[in-house]
Design a protein around this ligand. Sequence first.
Ligand code: SAH
Length: 201
Amino acid sequence: MNPLADKLADYVNFSPIIYKAFSEIDRKFFVPIGLEKHAYNITPLPLADNSTISSPLTIAKMTILLEPENVDKVLEIGSGSGYQAAILSKIVRRVFTVERICPLVKEAKQKFEKLRLFNINIKCDDGRNGWREFAPYERILFSAATDEIPKELFAQLDENGFILAPINKENKQIITRFYKNGKKEEIEKCEFVPLKKGIIL
Ligand code: SAH
């Protein structure tokens, strides 16, 4: 147990399964060395290469909006520290997560092994390609903000699933759900690092 789940529950409405995932995954394993004392603060922290481990409140909101209960496969674009993927691994059957900064992938992979989170698959790639081998996914989560969803990702989305992504719109970012039939649903303002092209070895 860690204190973050209860702190977050003051701000968001957790389902019992999501609350349990936040209690089971200890954020201190995912924050940079030296910043562990801030692990249970509801603030973003710096990571390598100017990327961030998102605020736990942001992770909590995205997890709830993803409606992951009873989902089989999720694809996340932008693994970062791996914290979001670790939370999802307690809720869905299999998590696939892609990160463009290869050293971050190596670090996250070691954490997943140490924590025995064997249902997470991670690779270094430009997430705009998705992860075709294991498609279709019932949920695709963007953990970085983009102008538009690449067509390839719609191709990898299950018929009954949706994509949840921070979309750049008029100098703001809006969390948006996209369905396979072309419908979309704008939910609320948010703040994420931008989706970038290519990989960093
Ligand atoms: N979910 C993460 C938050 C990561 S911040 C966590 O729990 O810590 C967003 C991440 O998206 C950054 O690590 C950034 O490098 C990554 N990213 C940006 N563009 C990307 C792309 N095209 N493909 C894969 N990852 C990308």
